[in-house]
Write a protein that binds this ligand. Structure first.
Ligand code: NAD
Length: 479
């Protein structure tokens, strides 16, 4: 399959004719070629988005909401294709792609349609005047997304940007272009206004960089690694662009001594190994109260050993491949490092060779490591793979200190039967998102984002709509 850019409502080849290979990491096969676009393709996409701006921003909010619902309906009718493509492109289990990626991509459009429909007019009365706030589109916005949740994260940005009247130049990860391309097919099939959404495929340092640098792109919403986020921030800041950065995480799962250990072990395993540990919110450092350490670790190891690593196409597979051979080597190198740092392997730690067609796929067993220092590299750096470290603590105070002992601050979970105690602890953790007795339980209206090196700004509900609009206050003096 040859994928093309989608610019001004048409599928167009890259101007310089160069393509990159795109692989299925579970089968180690090339499944598509994608444009290896350049700054010239980005220029064409920005021109297209700029031309469409007048038309799109002149639509009423109700008309734009109507378009979001049309996209949702069309995407919903191709949900199984979304799941299949996402599974093939990332190596994630088809059942995960159906449950999470495909359904959430549709939901993102419906959610932001509903949310925008219920927007209240902001008004602030003074004794002698009334302020009211109007929203204007920001203009052309640049959306840059990673490979772990391809369409889920792209639509999480596209939907609020569209409904607020912006036009879009987006770059999906070069590792996972398939569902962004499917979305373009859907846009073409419903005669979505041309030029409003433009997708340019290619490498980050060429295409992503050109989007961030372009003077006509007025806002950048970026999700990806912290190192890339630093480059994006350094490029965008002197241009005074609006900037939203959703970056890496190294999240704690904290098991208190009064937790329901069986539920906590299930929750901790899910938090550590969903999508092969390749979710920014994954709980990759598990902190366990001394008193229940042995009992909990036995339960957790049993849970993890029970997970089936296998062909992503099979319904009983819990864990598929990681994103690439290169990434697997990086993850394995962290395990080697942990062992050199006196870590003890409780389970996993190895690459796996599965039966055909997965014999050369990027599969590895889910890995738990104990006896490693909380400030070691494996316990503080984002590995972004199926590896979690386990650490003991002897007081809630120590658990908080350990949880905060990382440069990241995205998420975390606390497991306890004493909710006031859990809340007191959660409130002292330096993270943007905390769960008590659950993980990845999302209400899309709530603020989503990180502190410290996990990012800048918040997405979700009003925060997304505020990011993608310019708020203008008009103060009317009474007679
Ligand atoms: P990455 O930073 O390598 O790439 C992300 C995107 O940025 C890709 O599309 C890439 O091509 C592009 N890019 C690369 N260099 C660029 C540049 N100079 N200018 C502009 N764009 C550039 O990240 P990844 O490996 O694709 O994704 C994994 C990372 O994403 C992990 O760190 C993970 O924690 C993070 N992530 C964060 C969230 C969140 O919401 N906080 C969600 C998902 C993933």
């Amino acid at each position: 399959m040859q994928i093309e850019n989608y610019i001004d409502g048409k599928f167009v080849p890259p101007l310089h004719g160069s393509y990159l290979k795109n692989s299925n990491p579970a089968e180690n096969t090339v499944i598509a070629t994608i444009p290896n676009s350049t700054v010239d393709d980005v220029e064409m996409a920005v021109t297209s988005a700029n031309n469409a701006r007048v038309v799109w921003s002149a639509y009423t909010l109700e008309e734009r909401i109507g378009w979001l619902r049309k996209i949702a309906t069309a995407l919903d009718s191709r949900k199984s294709e979304v799941a299949m493509l996402e599974s093939v492109d990332t190596g994630k289990p088809i059942k995960l792609a159906e449950r999470v990626d495909a359904s959430r991509s549709v939901r993102n459009f419906n959610f932001f349609a509903d949310h925008a429909e219920n927007l209240t007019q902001l008004r602030y009365e003074m004794s002698d005047a009334t302020n009211y706030v109007i929203r204007k589109p920001v203009g052309v916005v640049g959306l840059i997304t990673p490979w772990n949740l391809p369409l889920y994260l792209l639509t999480w940005k596209i939907a609020p940007a569209l409904v607020m009247g912006n036009t879009i130049v987006a770059k999906p990860s070069e590792l996972t272009p398939m569902t962004a391309n499917l979305l373009c097919e859907i846009l073409a099939s419903i005669n979505f206004p041309r030029g409003v959404i433009n997708i340019v495929h290619g490498l980050g340092n060429e295409v992503g960089q050109a989007i961030v640098e372009h003077p006509d792109v007025k806002a950048i919403s970026f999700t990806g690694g912290t190192a890339t986020g630093k480059i994006v921030a350094a490029t965008a800041a002197p241009l005074f662009k609006k900037l939203s950065l959703e970056l890496g995480g190294k999240n704690a799962t904290i098991i208190l001594d009064d937790a329901d250990l069986s539920a906590a072990a299930k929750g901790a395993a899910r938090a550590a190994f969903t999508n092969s540990g390749q979710v920014c919110l994954c709980g990759s450092r598990i902190l366990v109260a001394d008193k229940v350490y042995d009992e909990f670790v036995d339960l957790l190891v049993a849970e993890v050993k029970n997970m089936t690593v296998g062909n992503p196409k099979l319904a009983n597979t819990d864990i598929g491949s990681v994103i690439s051979q290169d990434h697997m080597e990086k993850v394995l190198s962290y395990i080697e490092l942990a062992i050199n740092e006196n870590g003890r392997l409780l389970t996993g730690g190895e690459p796996l060779s599965l039966p055909e067609p997965n014999s050369t796929g990027a599969f590895m067993s889910p890995t738990l490591i104990s006896e490693i220092a909380i400030d070691s590299r494996c316990a503080t750096e984002e590995i972004f793979g199926p590896v979690a470290t386990i650490h003991r603590f002897d007081s809630d105070k120590q658990a908080i200190e350990m949880a905060n002992q990382t440069e990241y601050g995205l998420a975390g979970s606390v497991w306890t039967t004493d909710i006031p105690r859990g809340k007191a602890l959660a409130e002292q953790i330096e993270s943007g998102i905390l769960w008590i007795n659950t993980w990845l339980h999302r209400d899309l209206r709530t603020p989503f984002g990180g502190v410290k090196n996990s990012g800048l700004g918040r997405e979700g509900g009003d925060w997304s709509l505020n990011f993608f609009s310019e708020l203008t206050n008009i103060c009317v003096k009474d007679d």
